[in-house]
Design a protein around this ligand. Sequence first.
Ligand SMILES: Cc1cc2nc3c(=O)[nH]c(=O)nc-3n(C[C@H](O)[C@H](O)[C@H](O)COP(=O)(O)OP(=O)(O)OC[C@H]3O[C@@H](n4cnc5c(N)ncnc54)[C@H](O)[C@@H]3O)c2cc1C
Length: 455
Amino acid sequence: MTRFDYDLFTIGAGSGGVRASRMAGQFGARVAIAENDRIGGTCVIRGCIPKKLLSYAAHYAEDLEDARGFGWTIESAAFSWPALIANKNREIARLSDIYADALAKAGVATIEGTAKLLDAHTVAIGERRVTAQNILIATGGWPSKPEIPGIEHAITSNEAFELPELPRRVLIVGGSYIAAEFAGIFNGLGAEVTVSYRGEQILRGFDDDVRRHLHDEMKKKRVRILLESDVLRIDRRTDGSLEVNLTGVPGNTLACDAVMFATGRTPNTARLGLTELGVELDEEGGVVVDRFCRSSVPNIYAVGDVTHRIELTPVAIREGAAVAMTLFGGVETPVDHDDVPSAVFSQPPVGTVGLSESEAAAKLGEVDIYKTTFRPLRHTLSGRDERTLMKLVVDPATQRVVGAHMVGADAPEIIQGIAIAVKAGLTKPQFDATVGIHPTAAEEFVTLREKAAAK
Ligand SMILES: Cc1cc2nc3c(=O)[nH]c(=O)nc-3n(C[C@H](O)[C@H](O)[C@H](O)COP(=O)(O)OP(=O)(O)OC[C@H]3O[C@@H](n4cnc5c(N)ncnc54)[C@H](O)[C@@H]3O)c2cc1C
């Protein structure tokens, strides 16, 4: 008989923790999971899902305008932020319940409360003590804000989902994908949006053509983007609005009704008792793990955002599944972090997989680039001045497609399909041998014949 209460104790019921715990339970392991907020974690409660619902809402503004070109007359259209937030909240409550049910069905015990490690096998949740053979840290991350005067007046994406009303003027600080997405959401819903970013272009880490293209398209939609701009101070005025002191605007001040920081997320490792146990953390506080998600203490594992690697839900889920497989499925399972596709649900959206042009050039020396920009068919009648960008990055030596990038309607859906080809290592001639589906935007990916001029 084992001397531990559980075979696995998971801290954090988000994407990674839930997947690992459910799978471990299905393998017959005795599993418990602690959660100090709502089951489902960031993705379900304050991340991917509510964000995408809000982004759909924002797009209706353009859809209604575009419909005119197709013969529609829409007499009156009105938007209610409280109705959107209430409907979104109903949906995330439903999803959170589904996650809780799935854990229960897999025989996983759910414990409400904040968990902390006392030693490598003992967890404290309030007054309660629980022991486990293996511990999984799946505590995710939390938005970070800089320490500038008046920062208490600023919100992050967490609070943006719960605002009582739509702010009339919003300043978004940061150039991350979350900043670009919320700029599109607030702008689409009718707010006046300014983005202030310290760097020389938004979406650091993405392909440079994608970064420029999205910037231009956002500008066309009247989002004001300030580059190399720094927010220095925020003051609340007597009328309740905010006055922001920042560089990059005339007079260095901007009046607005909400300031949202989207300047990065910090792994949730403080107060978990990890360093006391000798669990190695990186400079940002992320748990350092090997390719099996094992920390420097052999029975303590970590998955998802808390490891500060690729902070995406499907990655956290993969990592959680791999830990369950390694511990209870009888197969040591590493996680492959190459060619992870991702999207920005901006307006228009971005889809991307593999290497950017500059990454490929640094890795391969030479690269072949195939790209096109065009006005999508839909906008020939809508009259909207929006262009789509599609780009393939090819290794000239092997003809392998090492990167695919798109900005335009349905880019995330299209790139998910292309990602299979990139992951499978398919070549440009194999793309060319594929017959397109006409008329689509996606067919451009199999009809790109001309190499773009080398830069
Ligand atoms: C605004 C936003 C939009 C996003 N959009 C996307 C997207 O479109 N696509 C995508 O793939 N990813 C997206 N992400 C990222 C995605 O949400 C995360 O990568 C994913 O949720 C990480 O899962 P996780 O299991 O590591 O952590 P989380 O889902 O954050 O779960 C961690 C859980 O641990 C709990 N917890 C923390 N500490 C303790 C403790 N001591 N005791 C008990 N419980 C604890 C937390 O309450 C939380 O529920 C988005 C994130 C944000 C913020």
